[in-house]
Design a protein around this ligand. Structure first.
Ligand code: GNR
Ligand code: NI
Length: 165
């Protein structure tokens, strides 16, 4: 959870030798994400220094997980969209974030093959949110310093209260 410094660090790329490790970690990442519940989870959120994340936008319906290894945003639309975001690393805090409305993202699958997704709406938001995590960026980093610090100070205060409780 924020302000854990591991959330501010850029992750290292998944190399072919790491693929078995990632394959072993993915079911646990998905279980953590579904239990939260959340629609995405990036490795640094579970203290892993590796460039991968999982996403599933419809956890209530038939599961449709995507594992994104070494993902990158290849194209961004000029058109932007504002959506309320939350983050499992900032539990209970929500804010409107403005980002490109559409993105093209490429990533490697578990076989190491590069795939492309063209996304808009919530999927586009979620992809950008997860790729940000892999670069040590949280949704609050897209807010004004005033709003960011308000949330981060509350997080510190809540941590202190948890310790006492
Ligand atoms: O569960 C999540 N919901 C969400 C809602 C709006 C924008 C982004 C997200 S991702 C978040 C889970 C999370 O923290 N992933 O890193
Ligand atoms: Ni998040």
């Amino acid at each position: 959870m924020a302000p854990d410094p591991r959330l501010k660090a850029k992750t290292r790329p998944v190399e072919p030798k790491d693929r078995e490790t990632v394959r072993d970690l993915v079911p646990r990442m998905l279980a953590t994400m579904y239990a939260a519940p959340g629609i995405g989870l990036a490795a640094p959120q579970v203290a892993l220094d590796l460039r991968f994340a999982v996403i599933d936008l419809q956890p209530d319906e038939k599961p449709a997980p995507i594992t994104l290894i070494n993902p990158r945003v290849e194209q961004r639309s000029l058109e932007e969209a504002t959506r309320e975001e939350g983050c499992l690393s900032l539990p209970g805090h929500y804010a409107d974030v403005t980002r490109p409305e559409k993105v093209v993202v490429s990533y490697e699958d578990l076989e190491g093959k590069r795939q492309m997704i063209e996304a808009e709406g919530l999927l586009a938001t979620c992809l950008q949110h997860e790729i940000d995590h892999l670069d040590g960026i949280l949704f609050v980093d897209h807010l004004s310093a005033l709003k960011r610090n308000m949330i981060l100070r509350k997080m510190v205060k809540e941590k202190r209260l948890r310790k006492i409780g």
